[in-house]
Write a protein that binds this ligand. Sequence first.
Ligand code: XBP
Ligand code: MG
Length: 206
Amino acid sequence: MSRCRALIFDVDGTLADTEEAHRRAFNQAFASFGLEWVWDPPLYADLLRVTGGKERLASYLSRLSLPQAQRRRLNDLIPRIHERKTQLYRDLVASGGLSPRPGVRKLMLQAREAGIRLAIASTTTLGNIEPLLTSILGRETPGWFAAIAAGDSVINKKPAPDIYNVALKTLNLDASRAIAIEDSAIGVQSARAAGLFTIATPGSWT
Ligand code: XBP
Ligand code: MG
């Protein structure tokens, strides 16, 4: 194993246990659109097999038996529902209810002291990441990352390797020079497909 020059962190479930906040934000968004959808924890755990909030919404919609016209209307509404969900999620993050998972801050500080760069490869919306880092680790921490690859910067989300390839490209590193840290089987698949040695840190939704 050649010397590691970067750690590439997944976000949701790895830096912090954020999926409960995502789940609440989805449900609050549904209510604000007058939709009677409720994603309870068991259903959400199943829906998490689809990465990306918009893709997850489309996957849920495909399960519902609806008249064609209503399906089309709701499908067209997905970007707006997701936009609302993202705003509600950021409000939840800003309210300060989340903290980093044990060891995350220490590992980042040790990496920085060792001259190992930090990066992020996440399926979540790019605009969620800086507020989350600021809220759970402090205002200066978004500047710790040499690369933040997220959300819609790739078409094929995890388990495809694309988002990790974007992070590696930004770092200008070969996969053999970095280690990925992930909480989900889908995330591990994605990092491995990009050729990365991957550490799995199972969380409450794994
Ligand atoms: C986890 C995801 C994201 C979040 C929801 O991302 O799959 O879709 O569940 O965030 P990660 P969005 O790769 O960090 O584990 O609604 O913004 O997609
Ligand atoms: Mg994750």
